[in-house]
Design a protein around this ligand. Structure first.
Ligand code: CAA
Length: 374
């Protein structure tokens, strides 16, 4: 357990002041991909729980998504750009081995000066690490009243015909770390890591390598370890009942359900009881993820953004972050006053309304040009 509790040097409460989301302009239903690959569509829809894959046309990438999300988050924040003292971008869609993706974004935003700017990499966990670092920068007092811009942005592509292909997706979530208008984040969190080769992308490779079964085992184990640490020797039912929603990293929706059922089994619960927990606290948080597909670092934060919509101030939620390799961390957030109006919903609605479907031919053409890092 990490606990910043009484070690904070800053007395100003910090949390998420503003959220901006950017989704790409194209999508393909997984049923179309199933047709293209000659697979029973039920495998993708029922077996994996997927619906749509969000896709980027040429010229769109993790940078353009990040810039779009950041502009939207900044437009709803009432301080000037000069008050940003840190930009941290979590991604696994790197463009360069040296230059951080944050430099491309800062350039587009005109963010120059006494600003710490960097990229954070730990597979899908990078955005959460960036968020924690920004909070801890604030809590340490080093921020000296400045705010941080944290972005999670990715384009998730597998090689064609890879078993991961139906889980592809893309998206970005930007969060300004300042007054906790949208949500405060608890100083206590529950990390767990254990080195593994479950999912990785060697330098120079365009697409990831995956040990599918190992990746499922690692994810499930990380959920059990992190929630086990949260619950400790207390009663699991009463601890979990304190939360209005439980959000997870979403590599594909069925993964989340599998992990919840597995944890329920470990607690000695009946399958029905674990199913009920999933239905009551988790299922609704996956609504946007089903339409974006896996957006790697952004996936958890898309789910958190969905869960916060309309939440009464003071309602607590959990956020489980997982990154292959592997590292995980369980956070606790409390809804602030701006969760009720949830202005970021308009980002999602606008992008979903405007996006266009890609047919099988269009998808193959797109994939002909695509690289994971492009
Ligand atoms: N109708 C209904 N269901 C069907 C079906 C049909 N016709 N055919 C198969 N299914 C079911 C299977 O029974 C299975 O369900 P269960 O697991 O509940 O038994 C499900 O569909 C998937 O079938 P397979 O296990 O045969 O699928 P697969 O091996 O082809 O691919 C995968 C699954 C390995 C997860 C693959 O999608 C993959 O490699 N994904 C990327 C890795 C990943 O996402 N891992 C998750 C943890 S790692 C992480 O979280 C980081 C990250 O973001 C990547």
């Amino acid at each position: 357990m990490y606990d910043w509790g009484d070690k904070r040097m800053s007395n100003t409460p910090a949390g998420i002041a503003s959220i901006g989301i950017q989704l790409p302009p194209l999508f393909m239903p997984v049923t179309q991909l199933a047709k293209l690959r000659g697979v029973d569509p039920n495998k993708y829809t029922k077996g994996l729980g997927c619906k749509d894959i969000a896709l980027c046309p040429d010229g769109h990438d993790a940078v353009s998504l990040a810039v779009g999300a950041a502009k939207r988050a900044l437009s709803r924040w009432d301080r000037p750009l000069e008050d940003i003292g840190l930009i941290a971008l979590g991604t696994e869609s790197a463009k360069d081995m040296s230059r951080p993706l944050s430099a491309w974004v800062a350039e587009e935003l005109g963010l120059v000066g006494a600003v710490r700017s960097y990229e954070v990499k730990h597979a899908c966990y990078g955005g959460t690490l960036a968020l924690r670092q920004a909070l801890e920068w604030n809590w340490s007092g080093a921020s000296a009243g400045k705010a941080a811009l944290v972005i999670a942005s990715d384009v998730a592509l597998y090689s064609r015909r890879d078993p991961g292909e139906p889980t592809q997706g893309a998206g970005a979530v930007a969060m300004i770390i300042d007054e906790p208008e949208v949500a405060s984040v608890s100083a206590t969190s529950f990390p767990f890591s254990s080195p593994a080769f479950d999912f990785w992308r060697p330098v120079g490779d365009s697409f990831p390598s995956v040990d599918g079964q190992l990746s499922l085992d690692c994810y499930r184990n990380a959920v059990s370890e992190c929630f086990g640490a949260l619950i400790g020797d207390r009663d699991a039912r009463s601890v979990l009942s304190e939360y209005g929603a439980m959000c997870f990293h979403v590599p594909f929706p069925k993964m989340v359900k599998k992990a919840v059922l597995h944890f329920g089994e470990q607690l000695g619960w009946s399958a029905q009881e674990a199913e009920r927990l999933y239905r009551e606290k988790v299922e609704d948080t996956l609504e946007w993820n089903q339409l974006t597909g896996n957006a790697y670092t952004a996936s958890l934060w898309i789910s958190v953004a969905r869960a916060l919509v309309g939440l009464r101030e003071g309602t607590r939620i959990t956020a489980f972050s997982y990154g292959s390799g592997y590292g995980a961390e369980l956070l606790e957030l409390t809804a602030g006053p701006a969760a009720a109006s949830a202005q970021w919903v308009s980002d999602v609605e606008q992008d979903l309304d405007a996006r266009e479907p890609v047919d099988m031919g269009g998808y193959e053409t797109l994939r002909g040009h695509a690289r994971a890092s492009a």
